[in-house]
Structure formats: structure tokens, C-alpha cells
Design a protein around this ligand. Structure first.
Ligand SMILES: Nc1ncnc2c1ncn2[C@@H]1O[C@H](COP(=O)(O)OP(=O)(O)O)[C@@H](O)[C@H]1O
Ligand SMILES: [Mg+2]
Length: 358
């Protein structure tokens, strides 16, 4: 188990800055995900932690040992790190056991000990019965578990995973999320996980570092990031959201395009604001209370009904439960109750370039 400290780190390729002012501490045993759109710098950060790249400025520490920065550079094989990539790169000509044993063999670990340790880790990743098989006799998910076992067999202090599930089909990807999380938690290992998939990050992480343009926009638990996004970029990247302009005064928000008001007793922000509403946070009320609108479109998706409601000059998206398609039809007058919303000042102060909360 290990703590990873990233101090004042920047990375440029030539004149192009890729990571700008990275300062983070990843705690012992923590599962932290670097989440962000393609090209935001996730893989670069992971490769710097692993020692495949050097930072342009700043330092990396693993526990109380500096591993990168200034004149210090510890090569990857001396960092006590396990890594798994998107292309799981298992050796096709070696059986499962030999694939997993390889990192121990190159370290000249004794035969008996190799047997013990490989057997133990194969059990952890549920591959014991496949030890003698060749990788191409296994499914994609099982092959990815070989890669995971191989990364874990040397008992690294830190596990780094770069989009390890991207090549798997949707169902398998979902079940592997929980497997990876369970396995790494059982081992108590520190994990840095890279993905561009927000659902994956939400399901797996103790903490998410949401990155855009090489800057951590927000660091927090999935709940903090989803419900208290630091800026519009964060709100938009996680889950579904619609933005509306408005004015906040006297305990209400007037939403310009809706031509309607929402109660806003907190008055956290005043004047011009931007309102972020998640479509699952709007309910239809039957009582006639709420903001009136006209049901324009209903898309029945089984578990939910995805609706578009005309409110004033705006079209508002509402994700209601699956039964709604029986209760309402297109053309009906409905009343909207906004259960939760997020207010941002509309003065440019929360632009996605800013780092607001850590
Ligand atoms: N070795 C390299 N040389 C030049 N540019 C690179 C190199 N590696 C990555 N980049 C650039 O750095 C940016 C971030 O890349 P990367 O860290 O791979 O992003 P992500 O993993 O978030 O998709 C991209 O614009 C990419 O083209
Ligand atoms: Mg990448």
C-alpha cells in the first residue's frame, strides 16, 4: 500500500502544454479515477506516475520516496507498480499460468513460491480452473483478468489501469467494473484508474479527478462531483444536464426562456445566473401545482420515459419513470416540479479553465 503525491507537476510535449499545475495526493488504499474527455492528459499523467514519461516540471513521490522530478528518476521496474492497459497484451503462446508467472520469473523468484503466488492471485481473479488454457480459449473479460492477475502477482504497492475495459462489450464492461473494484479493495492496494467513461468512474471510484485541458476541474467523491459540480464543464460531463439562463433576486430565480419562476430561498448567487437542471430531477405533478407546460414528445425506453416539454419558449427535457408513458400523452398539459437544480453565476467566473474546488 502506498501514497502517491503529485507536486506542482506540468508536462509539455514540445511547446504544447498537456498537463498544467497538477497537485494531488492519492491516499493509501484509495481508488482514484482520472476522468475526462479524450486528449485531456489522463494517459500522460499515468505514464508519468509509472515512470514511462518524465514530468516537465514538478515531482512525483511514492510514500516518502521521490521517484520523478528534477534530477531524480526511478525507472518503472523499480517503482513497485503494476499496470494494465486497454489492449490487455497477454502472450498468446503462453498459458494462463505462465502469463501470470512471467513477472515473477524475470525476478528469479523460486519455483515453489511462483506456484503459490500465481495460484493465489488466479483464485482472486477467478481463473483457477483456466490455468492451463491458452488466452485465445478464453473470453475478452477473462483475458483482461489475466492481465490484471499479471499486474498484481508481484504484489505492487500501486496499480495503474488505463482504460482497461474499453475493448469489452457493454455487459461485460459493467460486471468487470465491480470485479476490479472488489479485487483491488480486497487487496487494499492504491489504484489510479483512467477512463473517459463517466458511469465507470462513478461506479468504481472513491474519488474522481475530473480533468479538462490538462487541469483538474474538480476532485471529489462521485456524489460531490455529481451533485455539487464546481463549474458547468463538470456538470455537463457527468450525467445529463440542461442549462438555462436566468436572474436571481428576492428568493426566486426567473428563468428567462421558461417565462417562469423557481423558488430559490438560499440565494447563493444573485443577479445573472446559469441554471443547470438534470432531467431526472424534474417530476410531473398531478395536482396542478408547479410550472405548466405542454408535453411535446415522449420516448418510451422501458425503464424510463424520456420527455420533451414546451415551457414558455424553452423545450425542457424530463426523464420520468417508465410508467409515465401510460399516464400522459403528447399534447397534454403537464405541471413540472423541479426537485433539485444547480446555480452558477453567469459572469464567466466558473469557466472550465478555472480550478475552483479541490
Ligand atoms: N509522446 C507524445 N508526443 C506528443 N504529444 C503527445 C504525446 N503523448 C500524448 N501527446 C498529446 O498529449 C495530449 C494528451 O494525451 P493523453 O495523455 O494521451 O490524453 P488522454 O489519455 O486523456 O486521451 C494529446 O493532445 C496528445 O496528442
Ligand atoms: Mg488515454
Amino acid at each position: 500500500m502506498s501514497t502517491i503525491t503529485i507536486k506542482n507537476l506540468t508536462k509539455s510535449f514540445g511547446n504544447t502544454p498537456v498537463l498544467k499545475e497538477f497537485n494531488e495526493v492519492i491516499q493509501d488504499g484509495e481508488f482514484v479515477t482520472l476522468l475526462g474527455p479524450s486528449g485531456c492528459g489522463k494517459t500522460s499523467m499515468l505514464r508519468i506516475i509509472a515512470g514511462f514519461e518524465t514530468p516537465t516540471t514538478g515531482e512525483i513521490w511514492i510514500d516518502d520516496r521521490q521517484v520523478s522530478g528534477g534530477k531524480t528518476f526511478l525507472p518503472p521496474e523499480k517503482r513497485d507498480i503494476g499496470m494494465v492497459f486497454q489492449s490487455y497484451a497477454v502472450w498468446p503462446h503462453m498459458n494462463v499460468f505462465d502469463n501470470v508467472a512471467y513477472p515473477l520469473q524475470i525476478k528469479h523468484v523460486g519455483k515453489e513460491e511462483i506456484k503459490t503466488r500465481v495460484s493465489r492471485i488466479l483464485e482472486t481473479v477467478h481463473l483457477t480452473q483456466y490455468a492451463d488454457r491458452l488466452p485465445n480459449q478464453l473470453s475478452g473479460g477473462q483475458q483482461q483478468r489475466i492481465a490484471l492477475a499479471r499486474a498484481l502477482v508481484a504484489e505492487p504497492k500501486v496499480l495503474l489501469l488505463d482504460e482497461p475495459l474499453s475493448n469489452l462489450d457493454a455487459k461485460l464492461r459493467e460486471s468487470m467494473r465491480f470485479e476490479i473494484k472488489d479485487i483491488t479493495k480486497a487487496l487494499g492496494i492504491t489504484v489510479v484508474y483512467v477512463t473517459h467513461d463517466q458511469a465507470e468512474a462513478m461506479a468504481m471510484s472513491d474519488r474522481i479527478l475530473l480533468i479538462n485541458n490538462g487541469i483538474v476541474q474538480q476532485a471529489g467523491t462521485p456524489d460531490e462531483i455529481y451533485n455539487h459540480p464546481a463549474n458547468q464543464f463538470v456538470a455537463d460531463f457527468l450525467g445529463k444536464v440542461d442549462f438555462f439562463k436566468g436572474t436571481a433576486e428576492n428568493d426566486v430565480i426567473h428563468i428567462t426562456q421558461w417565462e417562469a419562476d423557481l423558488p430559490y430561498p438560499e440565494m447563493e448567487h444573485k443577479g445573472s445566473i446559469e441554471l443547470a437542471i438534470r432531467p431526472e430531477n424534474i417530476r410531473f405533478s398531478k395536482s396542478g401545482e408547479g410550472i405548466p407546460g405542454v408535453m411535446e414528445r415522449m420516448y418510451y425506453l422501458g425503464d424510463v420515459t424520456d420527455c420533451r416539454v414546451k415551457v414558455g419558449k424553452a423545450t425542457v427535457r424530463v426523464i420520468a419513470d417508465g410508467f409515465s408513458h401510460k399516464e400522459w400523452k403528447e399534447g397534454d398539459t403537464v405541471f413540472l416540479h423541479v426537485r433539485e437544480f444547480i446555480v452558477f453565476p453567469d459572469d464567466g467566473s466558473t469557466q472550465d479553465q478555472l480550478r475552483i474546488r479541490t
